[in-house]
Design a protein around this ligand. Structure first.
Ligand SMILES: Cc1ncc(COP(=O)(O)O)c(C=O)c1O
Length: 397
């Protein structure tokens, strides 16, 4: 297994980001979508080099990030995006909110597909739009967009669909034919599809990511893609994301975004993202191998320790969506795991109503921490005491 996996809990506890500082040190933290692996070497080198040059001013409009993203998109997804279609933003959240401000007025309807990334709720609240919730459908093949229900929501007047592709928290990679049908519906009803594709570089073996605007001419006309290197290379704190508008009409819309937006992008984020997209694929491949292993290892751990949890390994990214309803731990099992097991997962209900009785676990860590987390969850259910992962000294409370 790769070196990235060797990071110890002692080292991780020296980190100061939200994941590591939200809970007291006796809690094993597995919420927040960032991975525990050390930075990709090319990214670390680019950041060190910038600091060495005292190069911490504003991000340049001619940084080369759009070209780096285009190269990555062509190699990974055969997506021929023109760098002229790219606009930078500080993060996907700010980008989606600013684009929504141009598309909807308070009270207008925006479709989302719960259980879905919990920040979608406050983003939409920031704009004042109304939620039209169309839950994902559960099929024999996993979760999928419920396209009939989507059509009803579009027919009932929704103006925008905020698509999560791949889908957080279920790890679903939307199938090409579903995206094509979605695009056809968007065209029929005049809906704009905002495709949050931040997890796309993390699609795991067995599935293929289809950038929304690349699936059909209608999708190109009616979609806007939001992406970033931040999830795949753990650069969330550097504040850099990209908006891709593939059609003249969506480009005209994006040109109406606040002129200050690119000035709010982090310069280190731009430099780190260029390094990630241009030179970070070797590291990414290693990480995908680890995550592929971990998604199945978690299934083994749960079968051995907590077989009542229902879990379908994700098709993308490092988030495991756990159906804990059979455990009878109430609406929010993460509260019980935290209080009794001292292990922090993300709260299921924060992802919307279908998240009741669920919790989300972050697989982007070491094998030892994963095993310790399941141990703590099992102890929370049995009432047994918790312990730190083997070989790691317990941090003083
Ligand atoms: C689907 C999705 N979109 C966006 C974000 C956040 O991105 P940003 O920090 O660029 O706003 C996350 C973070 O976990 C996410 O899972």
């Amino acid at each position: 297994m790769m070196a990235v996996e060797d990071v110890s809990l002692g080292e991780l506890r020296r980190r100061t980001s939200a994941k590591w500082r939200t809970h007291p040190p006796d809690v094993l933290p597995l919420p927040v979508a960032e991975m525990d692996f050390p930075l990709a070497a090319p990214v670390a080198e680019a950041l060190h080099a910038a600091i060495g040059r005292s190069d911490l001013g504003y991000a340049s409009p001619n940084s080369g990030l759009a070209e780096a993203l285009a190269g990555f998109a062509a190699r990974r997804w055969s997506w021929q995006l023109d760098p002229a279609q790219v606009t930078l933003a500080p993060e996907v959240g700010v980008a989606v909110v600013e684009v929504l401000r141009l598309l909807v007025r308070p009270g207008d309807q925006v479709v989302i597909n719960p259980p879905v990334y919990d920040s979608f709720f406050p983003w939409l609240a920031e704009v004042g739009c109304q939620l039209a919730e169309v839950p994902l459908a559960q099929t024999a093949d996993g979760w999928a967009l419920d396209l009939e229900a989507m059509e009803s929501a579009f027919r009932d007047g929704a103006l925008v669909h905020l698509l999560c592709s791949p889908h957080n928290p279920t790890g679903t990679v939307h199938r090409r034919h579903d995206l094509e049908r979605l695009a056809a519906l968007a065209a029929r009803y005049g809906v704009v599809v905002l495709a949050d594709e931040i997890h796309a570089p993390l699609v795991l073996p067995g599935r293929t990511h289809h950038p929304f605007v690349s699936v059909s001419p209608e999708a190109a006309r009616h979609g806007i893609v939001f992406t970033s290197a931040s999830k795949a290379w753990n650069l969330a704190g550097l504040k850099c994301a990209a908006i891709v508008a593939a059609d003249p009409a969506t480009r005209r819309l994006v040109q109406r975004l606040p002129a200050e937006l690119p000035w709010r992008v982090g310069h280190l984020g731009v430099l780190g993202s260029i390094a990630a997209f241009q030179e970070g694929e070797g590291w990414l491949e290693e990480v995908l191998g680890v995550l592929d292993h971990h998604r199945h290892y978690l299934a083994e751990l749960l079968t051995a320790r907590i077989p009542a949890i229902r879990y379908r390994p994700p098709e993308a990214s490092y988030l495991a969506w756990l159906d804990c309803t059979a455990l009878g731990l109430g609406d929010d099992p993460s509260a019980v795991f935290l209080a009794r097991g001292r292990v922090a997962l993300s709260s299921g209900p924060s992802f919307g109503r279908p998240g009741i009785g669920h919790a989300r676990l972050n697989l982007g860590t070491s094998r030892q921490i994963l095993a310790a987390a399941v141990d703590r969850m099992a102890n929370a259910i049995d009432g047994a005491p918790t312990s730190e992962p083997t070989g790691v000294r317990r941090t003083r409370r």
